[in-house]
Write a protein that binds this ligand. Structure first.
Ligand code: HEM
Length: 450
């Protein structure tokens, strides 16, 4: 497993061992991996009053702040932070955020028109998705300064903070590997293998975070934002400055890179599947006669678009690794078997959604399996694909992410014909916490309408 992590191959390696040994595999002396959909509820689901939650495995989050943040806090503190953040993710907040998101998407489309050379010049569309999503989340969390974004779209470059995000993901991944080694070897492993530039980047991010959070504490925005309640908790002594910083950085990272990954993956899959691409173009371009008609709710009525997004999330989930949980004191039953306390159990998000045990033709990209148009896929266990995880600790930004994905993809398809300009297989990627992606070069030809 350490080697698999080291080579960035965990999602695929775990998929292969499940293909070989079946739906339950012992992946390490104290660790079980499951790919039956029922285990989503058993491992990650809400528990009855008299049952304990399966807490997060500390080894999996060993590189995170020692001061717990939403991702690694124990049950009651997690519930507290989640409630503080929940209002920023409500239906009402999403409605309030829509005009801001639309403004950023308008800027994206305008900038792409400027950059694409009328379809003659190639652009790295993945970078532009990242610019958009970092700008938007930077604005929503007012992490930068009052009412500002990271300005990635206008400058066409990633802000320092976001530019080194991938170093942080690598550092976390190396910590995950070291947690699997005997304790004496861990510090040696980290010294030997965490490259110097990653250590430097981690320090740079820490200094930047301190500066930005300090700035946010001194400047109170007139409009409530994601950070509002966190700042209140800090001011009333219920959250340390490290936790405030850690939660803020998590929101930026979780709220941008994941959605940008999915949009890039979907773009690539469309380029590789012309039939699907044509059908999607047809749906978007016949349904909307003007880009202003494309809203979060009207895009939500485009059934084929929704099918394409679900299928991309299945084939290429942005968070593909297993999220390990620990069997609580007293033990628990999983898959009909009693497991002793302390056992690490997980569902590998990539393997479960790409297994022939759950899907017909799992390797094929076929959105019709979600729209119900093709009877060949009626036996698919759709509930096995849970790219946002499941239960009380599932993704808080799920609705926001869907809104972003639908709006951006519908607008892009409405405005441009997209052609591939990337050599090789873009999806041949390694995973260090997140997929390590190369540039995704495409040519964008503005659609001419009479
Ligand atoms: C396609 C896009 C996205 C995917 C696939 C995704 C996936 C996930 C997954 C798998 C988790 C669980 C992590 C774990 O258990 O360790 C998670 C948690 C989280 N995500 Fe997302 N995410 C996406 C977009 C977003 C967005 C847009 C936001 C908004 C800021 C966001 C905020 C969060 C937060 C705050 C958590 C922690 C929730 C908790 O621990 O209670 N995510 N996400």
């Amino acid at each position: 497993m350490v080697l698999s992590y080291f080579h960035g191959r965990t999602p695929v390696d775990i998929q292969e061992i499940h293909n070989k040994y079946g739906p339950v595999v012992r992946t390490a002396p104290n660790e079980l991996s499951y790919i039956n959909p029922i285990q989503w509820r058993e491992i990650y689901g809400f528990k009855a009053q008299d049952q304990s939650e399966f807490s997060k495995d500390p080894a999996y989050h060993s590189g995170l702040h020692k001061h717990p943040i939403i991702l690694n806090a124990e049950k009651s503190y997690h519930g507290y932070i989640r409630r503080l953040l929940a209002h920023g993710f409500s239906e009402k907040s999403l409605r309030d955020q829509e005009p801001v998101l639309k403004g950023f998407v308008d800027t994206l489309i305008r900038r792409l028109h400027e950059e694409c050379g009328n379809g003659e010049k190639s652009v790295d569309i993945m970078a532009w998705y990242n610019f958009l999503l970092f700008d938007f989340i930077g604005y929503l969390s007012r992490y930068t300064a009052f009412g500002e974004s990271f300005n990635c779209l206008t400058t066409g470059t990633l802000h320092t903070w976001v530019g080194i995000f991938f170093s942080l993901a690598r550092a976390l991944s190396y910590n995950q590997m070291s947690a699997r080694l005997p304790s004496l070897l861990r510090p040696l492993f980290l010294i030997q293998f965490i490259p110097k530039n990653i250590k430097r980047d981690v320090l740079t991010v820490k200094a930047l975070n301190e500066e930005k959070v300090g700035h946010r504490l001194k400047n109170h925005p007139a409009v409530p934002d994601f950070m509002d309640k966190l700042v209140e908790a800090f001011n009333s002594g219920k959250m340390s400055s490290e936790q405030l910083e850690g939660n803020a950085s998590l929101l930026i990272a979780a709220g941008s890179e994941t959605t940008a990954t999915l949009l890039s993956g979907l773009t690539w899959l469309l380029l590789k599947h012309p039939r699907v691409h044509e059908k999607l173009k047809n749906e978007i371009r016949t349904r909307f006669s003007h880009p202003d008609e494309i809203t979060i709710s009207s895009a939500n009525e485009c059934k084929y678009l929704l099918g394409c997004i679900e299928e991309a999330l299945r084939v290429y989930p942005p968070s593909p690794q297993p999220h390990h949980r620990i069997i609580p004191a007293g033990g628990a039953v999983v898959n009909g078997e009693f497991l002793p306390a302390g056992t690490s159990v997980s569902i590998p998000i990539y393997a479960i959604s790409n297994s022939p045990l759950n899907w017909a033709q799992p390797e094929a990209f076929i959105p019709e399996r979600w729209t119900g148009e093709d009877a060949r896929f009626s036996g698919d266990k759709r509930e096995s694909s849970q790219p946002f995880s499941y239960g009380p600790r599932n993704c808080l930004g799920r609705n926001l992410a869907y809104a972003e994905m639908r709006l951006v993809m519908a607008r892009l398809i409405w405005h441009f014909d997209i052609e591939n300009a990337t050599d090789g297989n873009w999806m041949d990627q390694r995973v260090y916490m997140v997929w390590e992606k190369g540039p995704l070069h495409v040519k964008l030809r503005p659609v001419v309408r009479t």
